[in-house]
Design a protein around this ligand. Structure first.
Ligand SMILES: O=C(O)CCC(=O)C(=O)O
Ligand SMILES: [Fe+2]
Length: 261
């Protein structure tokens, strides 16, 4: 708690106040399926993390790939033009957990029992666990000029991130609600088709530096538009599981980090 006070802006975001503040956040999340809290990081910790991100930048592993919205193999029972088979493009750089310094405030946030209680309470789950591999728990993500993330649904139910540096132009987070309900096994193909054809008025978020974002990524169709500035987009993902001892698949580790350990 001592350390966390200097990192998270408790005046604006009393995340230890489970009865009032967190309850309020949870109701926003339940209503909108997304929660963003601006100025979540203190100014000092934001500056420190921006500096850390610049220092680690030359260690980032860059990957690019074509994929479909479901991040799955092509479905050969459907034709190539079916929205679930249409290929989109993604490219970004990634610094894995084992390269993040021991003293980094990201590790303090991620491992803090106060922060985990906040997340558990937001999601109404008993417990969240770190990844069991050495790479996946906390990652810096870098989007250089012209880099982007194509439309997709996440495999993980929920995604938590901290915006470290916003680009001067482009790199917006766009999303569509109600395209999928994974619990009910519903996929709105017509809606997805019109999104992929740029015919649907998608929502767009300019996420501020220092903001916390949590959303239900497996039910949200989302993308990051190409960055248009030399100022790169830098974001941290805080990755938890609902079960103990889960590793990201070897294949995914190879794709995103260029190694498995
Ligand atoms: O960079 C972002 O804002 C979103 C990242 C994302 O959707 C992902 O990594 O799956
Ligand atoms: Fe995603």
């Amino acid at each position: 708690m001592q350390n966390l006070q200097g990192i998270i802006n408790f005046k604006l975001h009393p995340i230890d106040d489970l009865n009032f503040y967190v309850k309020h956040c949870r109701s926003i999340l339940q209503k909108n399926s997304i929660l963003f809290l601006n100025n979540f990081l203190t100014e000092e910790s934001l500056v420190n993390l921006q500096r850390e991100a610049q220092i680690l930048h030359n260690k980032a592993y860059y990957c690019s790939q074509n994929h479909n919205i479901l991040l799955r193999e092509k479905n050969i029972e459907l034709d190539d033009k079916h929205p679930c088979n249409i290929e989109v493009f993604s490219d970004k750089g990634c610094v894995p957990y084992d390269l993040i310094p021991e003293s980094s405030s990201l590790r303090i946030i991620y491992n803090s029992s106060f922060f985990k209680k906040f997340i558990q309470s937001l999601l109404s789950v008993k417990k969240v666990y770190p990844y069991a591999d050495t790479l996946s728990s906390v990652n810096y993500n870098y989007y250089e000029k012209n880099q982007q993330l194509g439309w997709h649904f996440d495999n993980a139910t929920f995604a938590i991130s901290l915006m470290i540096q916003s680009p001067a132009s482009g790199g917006s987070f766009q999303y569509v609600v109600n395209a999928r309900n994974i619990e009910k096994n519903i996929l709105d193909i017509k809606l997805i088709d019109s999104v992929l054809k740029n015919k649907y008025p998608v929502k767009e978020l300019e996420i501020e530096e220092g903001a916390f974002v949590l959303f239900y990524g497996s039910n949200y169709l989302h993308r990051v538009t190409p960055v248009n500035s030399d100022k790169r987009r830098i974001l941290v993902t805080l990755n938890y599981n609902l079960q103990k001892s889960i590793k990201l698949s070897e294949n995914a580790r190879l794709t995103f980090f260029g190694r498995t350990h």
